[in-house]
Design a protein. Structure first.
Length: 163
């Protein structure tokens, strides 16, 4: 009866390491989805000349962005300025801090200038998001393997201690 318990403890420790690695990979996916979101915003504003309420409606209806919690909260509210709606949705979101900072910059500029100005801000934010994605991918490559190895090693240490 002792060995199945030790094996179970080892597998649980390994599972904790894999869970931590999965969290890092989810951050990379979040940055990828945010980059796609910024590219969609840029495309919609350049070629369809949508106002912000229409843009928010389209984005919140897209299935691709349903895992981004702040996009689901972008339903236009009559009388509420788009900047306030954007900032409220970001404050309640679970996005990484760097992504939130970039999107807050975007939200503070959306709707305040002409199409060219908004396109320039979107292009800048897209470039910053690309940089953040690359940094996250570099960290992910290192930390995922580290967390998995630490989980297995911790499980092996626990197994040896209880033998």
């Amino acid at each position: 009866m002792k060995f199945p318990g030790i094996l179970l403890m080892m597998v649980c420790c390994a599972g904790c390491g894999m869970y931590a690695a999965c969290g890092i990979r989810n951050q990379v996916r979040t940055y990828q989805n945010l980059l796609l979101l910024l590219e969609d915003c840029l495309t919609y504003m350049q070629y369809q000349h949508l106002n912000l309420e229409e843009l928010f409606g389209i984005l919140s209806g897209k299935a691709v962005y349903q895992n981004l919690d702040f996009v689901r909260k972008l339903n236009p509210v009559p009388g509420l300025p788009p900047e306030t709606l954007w900032n409220q949705a970001l404050e309640e979101s679970h996005l990484p801090e760097e992504a939130r900072r970039i999107l807050l910059l975007l939200g503070s500029e959306l709707g305040k200038s002409d199409l060219q100005g908004q396109t320039a801000v979107l292009t800048l934010c897209r470039a910053q998001m690309c940089t953040a994605l690359e940094a996250c991918q570099a960290v992910s490559a290192q930390k995922c393997r580290l967390y998995q190895s630490l989980g297995w090693l911790g499980g092996a240490v626990c197994a040896v201690m209880f033998l």
